[in-house]
Ligand binder design. Sequence first.
Ligand code: 13P
Ligand code: SF4
Length: 312
Amino acid sequence: MMKPEFDAKYKEHLTRKILDLKKERDAIIVAHNYQRDEIQELADITGDSYALATKVVKAKEKVVVFCGVKFMAESAYMLSPGKTVLLPVEEAGCPLADMATVEKLRKKKDEYPEAAVVSYVNSTAAVKAESDICCTSSNAIKVVKSLKEEKIIFVPDKNLGRYVREHVPEKELILWDGYCVVHMRLTREEVVKTKELYPNAEFIVHPECRKEVLELADYTGSTAGMLKYVNESPCQEFIVGTEIGIIYRMKRDNPEKKFYVPTDQFICANMKLTTLGWIARSLEKMVYKIEVPENTAVKARKALERMVEVTG
Ligand code: 13P
Ligand code: SF4
């Protein structure tokens, strides 16, 4: 194990290197709310999937270093033509996104030809290209409500789909059998136990969690929604039902408030692959360039842009 003082020096060295390379390359660093603390600290922009995809479009820099997972970098690439989007770790994927394939989605569309397809952004570019519109956890209800079709194939997250269904009962949602391996780990029992330990705490949760977990929530929303809720709530204690990376911002913005985790299993291994070392290497070698074949990107971009139009 590295000595703490060496660790701090190494971090300082890498940070300086990244900042120099960032200038040289005309790059911006964006980080999802689940990234490691030191990466959120260094990033120019942090946020949820929706905020990152849309803010990148407005950035003046030519290069985007996307600290997150592949589907997020793909969305940024498709919404920002002309920019170079780099994913520091090539293997940083999302198991949920891989739970839907184009072949299976086409079969579902044949089964329900009258249905619209809504794809959660946690999906591949190819699946987005087969969709009428995309959504994120921050706007899924609004997106579904905006559609004229009564029947909707909702792909790939069944938990978010079920949550939307409860809020838009006038629509018939056909759910995909996909789920986030990280959020599915949280059980109702773990939340109940944590609530017993901290009876004054509010329980805030991401809609990718199980139905029986969402039933216990004081607030359900995207990672950005949860951050906003914590900032605005008069409550002083929170049980956080999502990936632990989010606690960095919660604590930074609310040093006087307390945050508890209902399980120590709330870690997205893919999000944690990115480190300062990989970011430095990414800028140095200009890797890994995220691109989507133009015939797929044209269609997927339409679904993404339609979401942005609806969300405003
Ligand atoms: P948000 O869009 O809420 O940040 O969520 C992304 C995600 O991957 C949740 O697991
Ligand atoms: Fe994918 Fe789940 Fe990780 Fe989010 S937390 S990136 S949905 S695996």
